[in-house]
Design a protein around this ligand. Structure first.
Ligand SMILES: [Zn+2]
Length: 122
């Protein structure tokens, strides 16, 4: 495997930055960015081994979205079993009174928490 990849952004070679300029005299070009493999130690599954930046990544996705989705199409919704717990607790809100001062007013609040359940217990 090569130690470098060319950026896969379809328009990488058209972006006008100094880092893309190659050649000399009247034979200058803007060239696709060369990326050192492993430059971010596999961060985000190594996606940045193939794209020089987020703009090039998004250009690639926009151009190839149909093909990318065809690799792993989602034909039905997935579900994650959960428990929803509601608990009441004493809270406070602040109100302005007629003297233009604010005071703490207690009220009964409800806290809703989504909890994971163990999928192995059926
Ligand atoms: Zn690029």
């Amino acid at each position: 495997m090569s130690d470098y990849n060319w950026c896969h952004g379809p328009s990488c070679h058209t972006r006008q930055t100094q880092s893309r300029v190659r050649g000399s005299g009247d034979n200058k070009v803007l060239r696709t960015i060369k990326i050192k493999v492993g430059r971010y130690n596999g961060y985000q599954n190594g996606i940045w081994d193939y794209f020089c930046n987020q703009g090039c990544l998004m250009d690639f996705i926009r151009e190839h979205i149909t093909s990318v989705i065809a690799i792993a199409p989602r034909r039905e919704a997935l579900e994650t079993p959960i428990k929803v717990e509601k608990e009441k607790y004493e809270s406070y809100r602040y109100e302005w009174d007629s003297n233009d001062e604010h005071r703490r007013v207690p009220y009964q609040a409800t806290r809703t928490t989504i909890k994971s359940v163990d999928n192995n217990n059926g």
